[in-house]
Ligand binder design. Structure first.
Ligand SMILES: [Zn+2]
Length: 353
């Protein structure tokens, strides 16, 4: 019997926007951080292989955005930054000062803010996972989940609160592990060394492994997928991936506006074709998909800030806030429905174990 695949589109941007307000306010600091990362990224060796399918790619960049060249892989469609992420680059990004610099960008100021972030952003992800698993005949209340790259444990907290049991989070930054374990019951977060992603994945006994905004940050996504494919305990892989979407073009067009999506720690982006490629290669099939993005939010922010910065157009910025600003969710919905969103949540099942 074939079951209907769970496919969902769209999501109100309001929960996220509430938390992104702080991000808008901190955009100068974040833009500086992106510039610092770009300076280190640009001195890395040129990329010779696609990050997703390992096919050789050595043509000229397809386009340049915020000073960085990007190449579309002719084999799988994946969007690759023109430079290689080296261990030194990842070290600069995630483990410098034992993760303090990275933890700073994400650390909640207090428990209330932590919980609010869990409720608004992470609980819907946990609810979608439970619904998707139910469609596969899996009872989430007895389903062990290992969350990789757990950060301060927001998704682990959401899984616990939704009723998943047991839940364990694995995180490289000792600071984030300490912060998360203070916020969570049962100290479910464990620290692992940055160079031990594959051995950590090899050793898991959980039935579901989640990588929420993580696969795009690991040094070798292919090695991580191969380790998950090779671990016979793991049956499902829950992913949140950033996509090669309209946000990319919006950011390239507005070169003075903070690039949230492509740039900084995001050096490569997935697309439907590149996801299909790695799924076929490593033996996964999608059983549930949730497409939603922030493309229209990015467009609105870029227009608003650009217009507001120029005295000749400043009045127009308020006009579009009162008009276009109210239609961001509805406009995004139609992009999401066409799978044109900046992000996708996917539940993949192994085709063989
Ligand atoms: Zn490729």
């Amino acid at each position: 019997m074939t079951r209907a695949k769970l496919i969902r589109h769209g999501k109100s941007s309001q929960g996220l926007l509430k938390h992104k307000t702080a991000m808008y306010e901190a955009k100068a600091r974040l833009a500086q951080r992106n510039d610092d990362i770009a300076a280190v990224y640009l001195i890395q060796p040129p990329r010779s292989q696609c990050k997703n399918c390992a096919s050789p790619i050595n043509e000229k960049p397809t386009f340049v955005s915020h000073g960085i060249g990007y190449l579309e892989c002719p084999t799988c469609g994946h969007l690759n930054g023109a430079h290689e992420e080296t261990a030194a680059f990842c070290d600069f990004l995630y483990t410098r000062d034992d993760g303090k610099a990275y933890a700073q960008a994400y650390t909640a100021e207090d428990a209330a803010q932590y919980q609010s972030r869990v409720q608004d952003i992470y609980l819907p992800k946990a609810a979608f996972l439970s619904e998707a698993l139910a469609g596969e005949g899996v009872d989430y209340r007895t389903c062990a989940v290992a969350d990789i790259g757990a950060g301060s444990g927001y998704f682990v907290a959401a899984l616990q609160q939704h009723g998943f049991n047991p839940v364990t989070g694995y995180e490289v930054s000792a600071d984030q592990v300490a912060l998360g374990n203070r916020m969570l019951s049962g100290e479910p977060l464990r620290q692992y060394p940055a160079d031990a992603t594959e051995t950590t994945l090899d050793s898991l006994s959980a039935r579901v492994v989640s990588l929420i905004g993580v696969l795009e940050h690991v040094l070798s996504p292919r090695a991580a997928l191969a380790a998950i494919a090779g671990n016979r305990n793991i049956e499902f892989l829950y992913l949140s991936l950033p996509l090669y979407s309209a946000s990319v073009a919006i950011e390239a067009a507005f070169s003075n506006i903070f690039n949230r999506h492509l740039g900084g720690a995001h050096t490569h982006l997935y697309c439907e074709r590149s996801i299909r490629h790695f799924s076929a290669e490593y033996g996964f099939e999608p059983v549930a998909e949730w497409w939603f993005g922030l493309d229209l939010t990015d467009l609105f922010r870029s227009l608003y800030v650009t217009l507001a910065q120029n005295p000749e157009t400043a009045a127009l910025s308020e006009r579009i806030a009162a008009g276009f600003g109210h239609h961001v969710d509805a406009l995004q919905q139609s992009l999401d429905a066409a799978k044109g969103s900046s992000k996708v949540h996917l539940l993949l099942r192994k085709t063989a174990r």
